[in-house]
Write a protein that binds this ligand. Structure first.
Ligand SMILES: [Mg+2]
Length: 258
């Protein structure tokens, strides 16, 4: 039986963390555990997984996942789930290499030949926004994503929101579709105003209009605007997604692979 013989982690600046898993029969798989700003914490969690799963059969991916997830008193959350994702992705890589097929074949086969993507452009500085969007356009993108606002006070000047609308308008005027990421920076009072003001620009979606700890408030906001709501990069399990789905609060689920 092939066993997991080595689990290593590699930091790649400025913020990535990769996991390399090696089996006793010499197959190597790679996974990603990036949790920017908390690399050391994730490394500690990977160390724990390493001690537990050296010697395990790498083909039992689901068994390893469930044992890692349920085998201790605490579960879920960004640190533990990012560490587990790195191991999980690496084990899928190993299985694909062992069977001689790409992992997507093991996950149900091909569904699409093309997928629409957007390019990130930042978006805090008005003069940079158009230049950055034009650069993306030249690269062939038809859509970009940009920041909504900087951090703002609980109730701040409406001028902050006007600035955001102006920047989004400028990018729309060069013929690009725009997603606007609020990053949960605004409190509810300001966020619902901005969401309403942005409707005239017809964004593709607004992302994390509030912090992902507020499913009820996000559901209220979702009912108050016509713009699609995107959210999910700070949810770590289906249990975390559940309140959003139950409330029909989001239109686009954005699970973060790692
Ligand atoms: Mg985001």
């Amino acid at each position: 039986m092939s066993t997991i013989s080595k689990i290593e982690k590699f930091r790649v600046p400025p913020r990535w963390l990769f996991v390399r898993v090696e089996t006793s029969d010499g197959i190597v798989g790679w996974g990603e555990s990036t949790l920017e700003g908390h690399t050391e914490a994730v490394e500690g969690a990977i160390q724990d997984l390493t001690e537990r799963f050296i010697g395990a059969d790498p083909s039992n991916i689901e068994d390893i996942w469930q044992t890692a997830y349920m085998g201790r008193f605490y579960r879920g959350g960004p640190v533990l789930m990012s560490a587990l994702s790195g191991l999980d992705i690496a084990l899928w890589d190993i299985k694909g290499k062992k069977l001689g097929v790409p992992v997507w074949q093991l996950l149900g086969g091909k569904l699409r030949d093309r997928v629409k993507v957007y390019g990130w452009i930042g978006g805090d500085n008005p003069s940079d926004v158009v230049a950055a969007a034009l650069e993306r356009k030249e690269q062939g993108f038809t859509a970009v994503k940009m920041n909504g606002t900087d951090a703002a006070s609980w109730i701040d000047s409406p001028d902050i929101l006007r600035g955001t609308v102006d920047r989004v308008k400028q990018v729309r005027q060069i013929g690009m579709d725009v997603g606007v990421d609020f990053h949960g920076r605004l409190h509810k009072g300001m966020a619902k105003q901005l969401a309403r003001l942005l409707e005239q620009c017809q964004p593709l979606f607004i992302e994390e209009p509030l912090l992902p700890t507020q499913p009820e408030e996000i559901a209220d906001l979702s009912n108050a605007v016509s713009t699609p709501i995107a959210l999910g990069e700070r949810l770590y399990t289906r249990h975390d997604f559940r309140p959003y789905l139950e409330r029909r609060a989001i239109d686009i689920a954005q699970p973060d692979v790692c």
